[in-house]
Design a protein around this ligand. Structure first.
Ligand SMILES: [Zn+2]
Ligand SMILES: [Zn+2]
Length: 255
């Protein structure tokens, strides 16, 4: 039995596959729960290169709500969090099943924007990344934090990376915020999930929530063998979702 709460589709513009095709794949894989979490668009189409146009949001939402599956299907969004857009997020939060936060950009003080996937992130970029993730996790809007270690996509796990990891992990622990062990980085051969990051998580007693972060139908269930062996290798505890007054998480029994 498995589940996935971090699922994209053709809607985001850099993924493929219809909503109904993901649902069929989940059925085939024997999922007990499926959540769609497209990149959240903005009314002014901010960051539109990495997400659907704002005008498509209602089609996406209708498409997910129209599914009729033998397991619960949840409607959500993956949100890049900006403090000045809080009321917009609250409005979305009130009409969907859940929101997750994922930080994909670093907004530098000189006005330039870096991608978290860049290889040449500076120490100042890393601390902006940590600040942004921690602020998002503290907002109270999100069910979990996607790929907290994505800043290690193309970067070695050095002293600075360790400090950023500890800051994010300490905040998550304090907030009780579930952290995602992400399968998309593995599928793409990137530096996350990061062994260095998750070793510290283990030492701090922080469990992991597994997601495929699928952008192709065939990737919906594909990374889970890897994710389970990664987690086993570090003796990480796992979280699992369950439905009780909405989406909740509990520690999974060790297998
Ligand atoms: Zn994406
Ligand atoms: Zn993401």
């Amino acid at each position: 039995m498995n589940y996935n709460l971090h699922t994209h589709s053709f809607y985001c513009g850099h993924g493929s596959g219809l909503i109904s095709e993901y649902a069929a794949e989940a059925e085939k894989a024997g999922f007990f729960l499926l959540g769609f979490s497209e990149h959240c668009p903005f009314p002014d189409n901010f960051l539109s290169k990495s997400r659907m146009p704002f005008a498509s949001a209602s089609l996406y939402e209708q498409d997910v709500k129209a599914l009729d599956c033998s397991f619960p299907v949840l409607l959500g969004y993956e949100v890049d969090y900006f403090r000045n857009r809080r009321s917009y997020y609250e409005e979305i939060h009130s009409r969907v099943d859940y929101l997750i936060t994922g930080t994909h950009y670093i907004f530098r003080k000189d006005g330039s924007v870096a991608s978290v996937f860049d290889a040449d992130l500076t120490s100042s970029d890393l601390s902006l990344y940590a600040d942004s993730v921690i602020e998002a996790m503290s907002s109270g809007l999100f069910s979990f934090c996607a790929h907290p270690d994505v800043f290690l996509s193309a970067r070695s796990f050095d002293k600075e990376a360790k400090a950023v990891s500890v800051a994010i992990l300490e905040a998550a622990k304090e907030l009780g915020m579930p952290l995602e062990l992400n399968g998309n980085g593995y599928m793409k051969g990137r530096g996350y999930p990061s062994r260095g990051f998750w070793e510290i998580a283990h030492d701090m007693g922080i469990p992991a929530l597994l997601s495929s972060d699928a952008h192709r139908v065939k990737d919906l269930a594909a990374p889970f063998d890897f994710l389970h062996s990664f987690a086993d290798g570090l003796a990480l505890d796992l979280l699992e979702p369950y439905m009780e007054n909405g989406l909740s998480f509990r520690k999974a029994a060790r297998t």
